[in-house]
Design a protein around this ligand. Structure first.
Ligand code: AMP
Length: 424
């Protein structure tokens, strides 16, 4: 079959790498892709939110299946767009329709969904401009620190952790009355702080059956020792040692099954990935968030551990027979080190020539913010490359990915040298 993959990050490079290995994948197209995805298929110069452009790309290239990488087209209804179009309606899209994508697109929706389906999560309430006063009263009752979340998509920036009630009041006021995060903060979820260790669990579902993919831990802060500003993600490791069999059983019983059943009972169709962000609080899982797609840079580590054919699994999602498909997960450990541009996550350097990729010894180099300028590979984004190594044990995987990252050079290059070492 011909497959179109939407997106241009490290996640999409990892997907493209895996999809292109399938005997079922005849032609792979990536829109818009990057300098790396071009190794595995054909990049198309179409934006992920240009639905008409995507339609033309699908028809021109006789695409039989679309995999959506990022959340934005899903929240904006790419899947609904396909279903409503006579020429596209029979072409399966992997990724939920607009309603299911609300699990990520609206924190208020997802909190209410968790509550209705008895899924363990932090206590919370949602406020608007009209209920600001009630919000102030609630802030004084839930204990410190206080978590404030803009309801809508805010490019990963909409969550604030406030250490005092005064700070929380000020921020809540700015979010609701001064549109601190634009339209995304016209509603704000005020939430209790969960103490514990974070991890992510990924589920692939056809809306009825599901497969639990490898768990992963990501590293969000720019600085070593988890210090400094938040980023899109500086690295990841899979599996997560503290997510043992017993803990994952709890996740399946308390979170995954109620989520799939809840979607079914509420009549929300869902074909795609569900990213479950969890806090392990003393051995019990509590929900932090859902995402309606895979994570980046978790995908890079997760995909390396999937031994079975990903196209076969996606076909199972499309056809509703995922239960008949086999998922084999490697016992090896995957570690990903993200290389970023100088200045990131603030204003960052661009158009720097990348050298040394050919010196990498035992890792996959997944491109993120890169482009081809003639023969040269140059940087274009904040997150530039993701270096993923799959090895028999965690120490070797971490060491190899880190060593291989240091074999690559561009002006201003930076990566964390401590990814995963807290887990050893
Ligand atoms: P989210 O966008 O919901 O993933 O939130 C971003 C980050 O904020 C998460 O990855 C957590 O590290 C942190 N966070 C969110 N909610 C909570 C909570 N209730 N307690 C503690 N930390 C949280």
């Amino acid at each position: 079959m011909n497959i179109l993959l939407l997106g241009s990050g490290g996640r999409e490079s990892a997907f493209a790498w895996k999809l292109s290995q399938s005997p079922k994948c005849e032609q792979l197209f990536i829109a818009p892709g990057n300098a790396g995805t071009g190794q595995y298929g054909t990049n198309l110069n179409v934006k992920v939110t240009d639905f008409e452009g995507i339609k033309q790309a699908v028809l021109n290239n006789k695409v039989n299946l679309v995999l959506v990488g990022p959340e934005e087209p899903l929240v904006k209804g790419i899947h609904d767009f396909f279903l409503a179009d006579n020429e596209l309606k029979d072409i399966p899209v992997i990724g939920p329709q607009r309603e299911g994508a609300q699990l990520e697109g609206s924190k208020d929706f997802s909190k209410q969904f968790m509550a209705r389906n008895n899924i363990p999560a932090a206590a919370s309430r949602t406020f608007t401009r009209d209920t600001l006063q009630e919000g102030f009263e609630y802030l004084a009752t839930i204990g410190l620190p206080i978590v404030l979340k803009a309801d809508g998509l805010a490019a990963g920036k909409g969550v604030l952790i406030c250490l005092t009630v005064q700070e929380a009041q000020q921020e809540l006021k700015e979010m609701l009355t001064e549109a601190k995060f634009g339209e995304a903060s016209s509603k704000v979820v005020v939430e209790q702080f969960l103490q514990g260790i974070e991890l992510s669990v990924f589920v692939l579902t056809d809306g009825n059956n599901y497969k639990v993919l490898p768990s992963a831990k990501d590293y969000k802060r720019i600085g070593e020792g988890d210090t400094g500003l938040n980023t899109g993600g500086m690295g990841s490791v899979s599996p997560v040692p503290f997510a043992n069999e017993e803990f994952l059983q709890k996740v399946e019983q308390r979170v995954i099954i109620p989520t799939i059943n809840g979607l079914k009972q509420e009549g929300i169709p869902y074909k795609g990935f569900i990213f479950i962000g969890l806090m392990n609080c003393g051995g019990d899982p509590y929900m932090i968030e859902y995402n309606c797609r895979m994570g980046d840079p978790e995908t890079e580590s997760v995909v390396m551990r999937i031994e079975t054919d990903l196209v076969d699994l996606l076909q199972g999602v499309a056809e509703g027979n995922l239960d008949e498909k086999e998922l084999i997960i490697s016992n090896k450990v995957a570690a990903t080190v993200v290389m970023v541009a100088g200045g990131y996550p603030g204003e960052y350097l661009k158009n720097k020539t990348i050298t040394g990729i050919e010196n990498v010894r035992d890792s996959q180099v997944f491109h993120a913010g890169t482009y081809l300028d003639g023969e040269e590979i140059k940087t274009s984004g904040g997150r530039v490359l993701a270096i993923t190594s799959l090895q028999d044990d965690m120490f070797t995987a971490l060491q190899q990915a880190t060593a291989d990252a240091s074999r690559i050079y561009y002006d201003g290059m930076y990566f964390r040298k401590d990814i995963g070492f807290d887990l050893l």
